[in-house]
Design a protein around this ligand. Structure first.
Ligand SMILES: Nc1ncnc2c1ncn2[C@@H]1O[C@H](COP(=O)(O)OP(=O)(O)OP(=O)(O)O)[C@@H](O)[C@H]1O
Length: 236
């Protein structure tokens, strides 16, 4: 298993007849770390949902390596190596941590769960606790680990740090950095915390009203406070 590239061209998509994304072009090399930024409602979640096959696509192509994802339904995209960790941390509240992890194994042996515990030791300590008993940070670790056990080659993380304490955010960001460094997956991160995005990503894309308003290196954006202010506003 190795990281996959992503090439999106002319992507226009939305919900039913409503177009939210308009003419998105985006290239991520295999093994890349990219952050998708933008104010609320600018289309970040819709972009992930569209890559995952959960919206209506009106035009454009989405290539993961040589595979045209638009020809596949959502389940086939997941089998092809696409992983999405959604914003809502959907875990099974009445299953234990270990049972939750087992649902992400696909055809892998149960022993593979140890990979999740190596990445998030906190989950090993809580393996027999119910999902519903976990803190928000632990739930985020669980939903992330469950997706990673399916060995995605392209991983999309939608605002994983939302509402979490700084110490938990640091643990999560460290795990994401470790995963990217493994060479096994390309990572796309939607994040509101600018510092976390800057520290993690080598490339940044800013969406505004469903279009790519800016893209470039993390360093270039950090040295351009006017663009940060214009497209991301105060409070970041
Ligand atoms: N299921 C849906 N049906 C119709 N419109 C939707 C749906 N989900 C989102 N939208 C609309 O699509 C637009 C983009 O929303 P989206 O959630 O993609 O933005 P976002 O950048 O991820 O925002 P946030 O940072 O608040 O999560 C918004 O105008 C939103 O109201």
């Amino acid at each position: 298993m190795s990281a996959a590239s992503l090439n999106i061209t002319g992507l226009t998509a939305g919900y039913s007849q409503t177009r939210i994304l308009e003419g998105i072009d985006l290239s991520v090399p295999a093994g890349g770390k990219i952050a998708i930024l933008g104010r609320n409602g600018m289309g970040k979640t819709t972009l992930f949902a569209t890559i995952a096959g959960q919206t209506r696509r009106h035009a454009g192509q989405i290539m993961m390596d040589d595979t045209d994802l638009t020809a596949l339904d959502g389940a086939a995209r997941a089998r092809a190596g696409l992983g999405l960790v959604p914003q809502n941390r959907a875990i099974f509240r009445s299953l234990t941590v270990e049972e939750n992890l087992a649902t992400g194994l696909k055809d892998r042996p149960r022993s593979a769960i140890d990979e999740a515990y190596a990445l998030f030791p906190r989950l090993a300590e809580r393996r027999r606790n119910m999902g519903g008993q976990l803190s928000g940070g632990e739930q985020q670790m669980l939903t992330t680990a469950r997706t990673i056990l399916g060995q995605p080659r392209l991983l999309m993380l939608d605002e994983p740090l939302e509402g979490l304490a700084p110490v938990i955010c640091d643990a999560l960001m460290e795990a994401f950095t470790q995963l990217a460094a493994s060479g096994q997956m390309t990572i796309l991160l939607v994040e509101q915390r600018l510092k976390a995005a800057f520290d993690f990503a080598d490339h940044i894309v800013i969406l505004e009203r469903g279009q790519v308003a800016w893209q470039g290196t993390s360093d270039a954006l950090q040295s351009d406070p006017a663009t940060v202010e214009r497209l991301l506003g105060v409070g970041h």
